[in-house]
Structures are given as C-alpha cells and as structure tokens.
Design a protein around this ligand. Structure first.
Ligand code: ZN
Ligand code: ZN
Ligand code: FE
Length: 756
C-alpha cells in the first residue's frame, strides 16, 4: 500500500492564542512527521501540514484529545492545497490580515506546575513573583494589540536572558514561546514603597517587609494582575475596622483571599461547582455560604450569610499568602466611586491616606480588570461582576451583526461592541458617578474600538435621558438608538441562552427608566419579533425623596404604606419604618408627600425588597447598594416555610399586581411577633406572582433578568414553581443579570428594533 502525501491548511478559532497552543501543535507535528508551519492570525490560528494523510488525521484527533489546559477550539476548517515541498515544521510570526473574529485570552491564574516551581528551592524560578508559562499568566491586562506576541505586550521591554531564551526556544519546554516568560535575571522586579512613595526595599526583602506590615495590622496596597488591591490581615479585627474607616466603607462586605480550598472549607460550605470556580483559570471571588458554626469574619460581611472568597491567582499572591500564613482581606484598590488604580502614580495619589505601604513592580498593567465575582444561583454558577479572568471572552451570536457599540447603563457599568457574529463585553467599570469613572468609560470605549478594530455604524444606549452614557451616545457622530432598560435585560439573557421570541421576560430590578413619570422595575414583558409588550407590572408607589429613597429602605416603606393607608400612615405606632424617622423628619416628609414634591412613582421589585426589609426591621438605611435585599435574602434563608401572602391581579392590559393585601398582612405579622416569617413569606409570594402571570401569558419559555435575580433564594423558588407547572426557566450565567448585562442586550436589540 502506497502512502498518500497531502498538503492541508487548517484554520482554527477559539481560545487558542496564549495558552501554549502553537508549541503543542509543534510537538504534534514532530510526533506525526509533518512538515509545514503554524502561526497566530487575527482570526485565530493557521496550521499548514504536509505529510502522510493518515497521520494528519491522527494529528487532528490527538489535537482534540490532548488540548492544553484552558485552550478551547470553537471551529475548525480544513482545506487541501497543492504540494509545496516544506522542510521541517516552524512557528511563523503572526499573520496580520483583515479578518476580525479572533479570541483574545483573559488573564489566567498561575498553573500548578508554576506554583510547584515557585516553592522549589532547586528551580531557577524559586520565589520569583512573576513566574509564568505557556499555560498561565497575565494576558489581556498586558496586551497592547493583537495578535498575542511578546512584542505587543508590556513584557516587550524585558529582553530575555540566555537561560530564558533557551527555554523559549526549546520545543520540549513548558515555556516554549511563552510570551510572558521572565526570571529574576531578566524580568520585572518587586519594590516596597512607603505611603509617600519612597523606596523601602526591593526583591524578596520587599515581600518580607510587606508581610511584616500585614502582621502589624497595616494596610498594604499590592499591584496585582488587573490593578491594585488593598490587603489587611483578615483575622485582625482592628485592622479590618481601620480599612473600613479609611476606605469609607462602613458595612459593605470585603472579599477574602485564602490559601486553598481546604482553608476556605473551614469557614464555608463549598459545593463541587463552587470548588471548580475557585480553582478555575479565571480564579474569581466566589460568594460562599458561611458555616453556621463559624462566627469568624462577621465584621467582614456583617449580617450576610455569604463570604466572598478567592484563592491566590498570581505568583505574588501565592508567595504572600504562604509567607503570611493566614487569610487576607483583598479589596479593590480604589477610592469610593473611583476606578481601580493600575499604575503607581494613580495608586500613590488615590490611595494616599488609605494604604500604609505599596508592594509594587515594573510590569505595566495596560487596562483595569477588577476581580470578578461569581455566585451559585439556582444550581448554576452565575457571574455577577465580570472582569479579570473572563474579559474579553466574546459572546457568540447566532447571526452576523454590523459593527456597533452599546454604552450600557449607569451602575455596574459595562460597554459592548459587536463585529461579525461576536459581541465583546467590556470589563466591569463600576458606577458612573465620578468624573474619574466617566473618564475611564471614555478610555475603555476607545481602547476597545482600537484593540478589536471596530468602526461602529451605530450606537445603542439606555433610554434614561439622565444617564451619562445616554448623553454621550447623543454626542457621537453616528446614528444613536435608545433601548428600554428592562427590554435590554431580557434580551441579554436571551442572547446568552440562544433564545428567540416569542417568550415571557420577567425583569425585576432596582429601577430603570420606564416612562416620563414612572420608574419601572417589576416588569413582565412579552417579547416578540418587533420588540416587547408590557403585559404586567407591580402596582406603583411613590418614593419620598427620589434618589434618596434608593439609599433608604425606610423611605420606600413609607411610600408603600402611604399608598395603602394615606394620611393615617403617620399615626402608625410601633412600626419599624416610622420609628426610623425623627418626628421632625416625618413632618417634612408628610408635607412633601401631600404636595408631591420629589416623589417619583415606581413599580420596582427592588424597592419592594427595600420596603419589606424596613417593615421587618432588618434594614432602614443602606450602607451599600443592595444591602437591604441581601439582608432580607439572608433572613429568608434562615427559615423554612411555604407560607405566602395574598395578592390580587387587577386591570386589563397590562395587568397590575396589587400588593395591598400583602402589605397589610406584613404589618400584622410584625405586630403579632411573627417578623421572622416575613422575609421567606415575601420571597414565596414573589414566586407565586411570577407563576400567576406566566399562567396567564402562556409562553413555555420564561426568561428572568435584572438585579433582583442575583438573589439565589428568589431564583430557586421561582424555578421550582415554574418548572413544576411546565414552564422552562432561563437565567443568565456568563453575563451578569444586573446592569452589567445591559450593553449586550442593547446590541441585540438592534436586530429587532430595526424591523419595526
Ligand atoms: Zn504556568
Ligand atoms: Zn530570564
Ligand atoms: Fe437594571
């Protein structure tokens, strides 16, 4: 039998740049005796093989079976070419071309092999805080452009020493063509600076002194992968209190970094899925259920049953945790409402008065990537804050889209761009309250358009006229299309789950622009091919003080009570909401309500959560966004009950969900000493309401989105009720259900709205 020689070209797309894919193919080519070459291209990876046809097939199946960790092949195309007589197999420099659908790798947590070397006294990388290999290390945070090559990263300024060069050139080495390769002789170095920026120590001594500072209860700012973090000893209550005071953060939970899953298991219950998340390449903060037996860390997440835990994800974190020997708080290195710092100048400016010292280095961070947050919601791991480790992994769309950009909302802000059949969503950018945050929004927009080479033909934005992003859209010199907030929420979930209309969307959140005189947030939307119909919503009530009511659950409660009782609300006795105001404050509010001054109406379920948290005595003033809802969820989780409150559906189209009976019953439960039951009964009632509307609308597919669905208790109850009754519930997982998902929904809206 004669052997058949063939020349084939393989085009691959997927997460295959920056994961050691080219060296991997190089080794396979030698193993299967193929000549040719491999190169990164802007659309993925191109391989040409010339050799025995049978062995080419063997190579391709071996490629699929033995993929390097973190590599994902999303598509493969093979074509035949005429024989060209290659000799040997080579790694070509990258091909640049017009194609635009590459996958850029997110930053990858340090791999096990590198961690072993880090603590191996015989390794030349022993205790080197910037060890990495083909399979791990920073990626998106240090790339200046595509495709991924050292010359286009912030490692370009570090020339490889002879030892590193040997490894870089050795096809049998784990660091063959590792673009972030560096060692103590040639790579970035650590420095410790005092609070004024003066050099205290370098190299290992810098690390030693930083660890000593932590032991002394000091606050250490550490330059990590996607920005600075503020670290303190998690077991030192006064150090934690000091950080709270200096960061102006009275109650908001802190994330905690622990050395291992085993260490975390001591304090938290960890499911298999949560374990996988913790140890994944993305290494996010995972919100874990705290063990009832453990009172430790109460001051880290006051009143909340969850603890945000992450594992060390860079060699520097591994060294620090190892030397320190205990868990540390790892909070974002920023000032309240300001973006996370990524360079020394920003850090010294912004974190002055917060950090006692700065553990920093000379490898540049090119874009801010905060730690991501995930949580188990309704048996699925759901991303709640999407940044380091996930961005810029694209969302694949079923259809090709024009080049476009979406500017998102206002809180938990993200942007998104579309090109071809991909949507790329920016990292979490935080709230757009401060000037610095708005500048970051502009620089991120520019960065994304440049990096992914997108020239948008149109811009999508939230229909709220007051949002900064909406005003910015109007000023861009391209067609601007507004998208209703809750419609965008539902479309984001549909896009992620690959769903088409018609279906029922349930969008519950804090608030979003509805009409000129009403904020929405308790919406049932029938989604069809040309947009949506608002088929049902919660009965609206007024929010005394407008924006102030978002911070003060007692105001939402007062607004709801006023809707129920009118003027007699001010005569209520022994009511936790009324008791939370001084008589002077109540007098002012009474006049304001009578005159309807600064008294917007809302149908928001988020504000219902606030009202119920106030009326059950759990939270009167939010110290951070969502506190009341989180406390209510925690309290609901502590009680096992199927009891519900009564509610009625009124109106024709749209249907109005009337909560008057529920509110009366809640007042009764409180006054009769049954307040512990209120949170779970409220959650059960919301699930019953969703079911009642789903039954009326009669769409098999029900999609949920919006900030309220970050509540695992609520999602689980809804899921049980709907699925038992034959509905299929869809929730987001990879893109946050909160306003971080709006930009994706807005881009998708372009497809539906243009037809109307
Ligand atoms: Zn590695
Ligand atoms: Zn070196
Ligand atoms: Fe929202």
């Amino acid at each position: 039998m004669s052997t058949i020689i063939k020349h084939i070209q393989i085009n691959l797309q997927g997460l295959i740049q920056g994961v050691g894919f080219r060296p991997f193919i190089y080794r396979l080519a030698r193993q299967y005796q193929q000549n040719g070459w491999i190169a990164n291209s802007e659309s993925g990876v191109v391989i040409e093989l010339e050799g025995e046809a049978v062995k080419q097939q063997d190579l391709i199946s071996a490629m699929h079976k033995q993929l390097p960790p973190y590599a994902v092949i999303k598509s493969i195309k093979v074509k035949n070419l005429p024989i060209s007589g290659y000799r040997g197999f080579s790694l070509k420099s990258s091909i640049t071309g017009p194609n635009k659908s590459s996958f850029v790798l997110p930053d990858i947590a340090t791999c096990q092999a590198c961690v072993s070397e880090l603590f191996d006294t015989d390794s030349r990388f022993y205790r080197y805080p910037f060890i990495s290999c083909c399979h791990c290390g920073p990626r998106y945070s240090l790339m200046t452009a595509q495709p991924y090559d050292r010359s286009r990263t912030s490692m370009a300024s570090f020339a490889l020493c002879p030892s590193c060069l040997n490894e870089y050139r050795d096809p049998d080495n784990r660091r063959f063509h590792a673009q972030t390769l560096a060692c103590e002789d040639c790579g970035p170095q650590l420095q410790l600076l005092d609070d004024q920026g003066a050099l205290i120590a370098e190299l290992d001594q810098a690390l030693n002194l930083a660890v000593r500072a932590l032991r002394q209860g000091k606050i250490v700012a550490l330059k990590g992968i996607g920005g600075y973090q503020l670290l303190v000893d998690a077991n030192n209550a006064s150090a934690v209190a000091e950080l709270r005071m200096r960061k102006n953060r009275a109650q908001k939970p802190f994330a905690i970094m622990m050395s291992s899953v085993d260490a975390a298991e001591h304090y938290c219950v960890i499911s298999e899925q949560e374990r996988q998340s913790l140890t994944s390449a993305a290494a996010p903060i995972v919100l874990l259920q705290r063990r009832h037996t453990s009172d430790a860390f109460e001051s880290i997440a006051p009143g909340i049953a969850l603890l945000g835990v992450m594992l060390p994800y860079s060699p520097l974190h591994h060294l620090l945790l190892n030397d320190f020997g205990g868990p540390v708080i790892a909070s974002s290195g920023n000032r309240h409402h300001e973006p996370i710092c990524i360079n020394q100048t920003q850090a010294l400016n912004q974190l002055q008065g917060i950090a006692d010292c700065f553990l920093t280095h000379d490898r540049e961070i090119l874009r801010p990537l905060d730690d991501s947050i995930v949580r188990m919601i309704g048996s699925k791991i759901t991303v709640m804050r999407r940044a380091r480790g996930y961005v810029p992994e694209p969302a694949a769309m079923k259809q090709t889209m024009p080049d476009g950009v979406a500017l998102g909302g206002h809180l938990k802000h993200t942007l998104a761009i579309s090109r071809g059949n991909q949507v790329i969503i920016s990292q979490h950018l935080g709230d757009m309250e401060s000037l610095a945050a708005r500048e970051q929004f502009q620089s991120t927009l520019k960065d994304m358009l440049d990096f992914f080479q997108v020239q948008p033909e149109q811009v999508m934005y939230d229909s709220h006229p007051g949002y900064y992003s909406s005003q910015y859209a109007a000023a861009m010199a391209i067609p601007a299309v507004p998208v209703q907030h809750h419609y965008a929420h539902i479309l984001a979930c549909m896009a992620e789950q690959g769903l088409r209309p018609p279906l029922l969307g349930i969008a519950w959140d804090g608030s979003g622009y509805g009409t000129e005189d009403e904020l929405w947030g308790g919406e049932f939307l029938l989604i069809h091919d040309q947009g949506f119909e608002r088929v049902a919503h919660f009965r609206s009530f007024c929010l005394p003080g407008g924006a102030k009511a978002i911070q003060e659950p007692r105001r939402a409660a007062l607004g709801a009570l006023y809707e129920l009782l009118g003027e007699s609300v001010f005569k209520l006795k022994h009511n936790p909401c009324l008791n939370a105001f001084s008589s002077h404050e109540l007098k002012i509010l009474q006049t304001a309500i009578q005159k309807r001054l600064n008294m917007p109406l809302t149908s928001s379920v988020g504000r219902c959560f606030d009202a119920v948290a106030s009326l059950s005595g759990l939270c009167q003033i939010n110290c951070y966004e969502g506190e009341a809802a989180m406390r209510l969820e925690t309290a609901a989780g502590a009680v096992d009950s199927d009891l519900c409150y009564p509610f009625t559906l009124s109106g024709g189209q749209p249907r109005v969900i009337d909560w008057h009976l529920m509110l009366t019953a809640i007042l009764h439960d409180y006054s009769s000493g049954q307040q512990a039951l209120i949170p779970i009964k409220f959650h059960n009632t919301l699930a019953e309401i969703a079911l009642a509307i789903a039954r009326e609308v009669q769409q098999d597919h029900v999609v949920i989105s919006g900030g309220c669905f970050q509540n695992a208790c609520l999602v689980t109850l809804l899921q049980q009720r709907l699925e038992v009754n034959g509905f299929k519930l869809f929730q987001q997982q990879r893109i946050p259900p909160n306003d971080g998902g709006l930009a994706l929904g807005q881009l998708v809206a372009a497809q539906y709205l243009k037809r109307s």
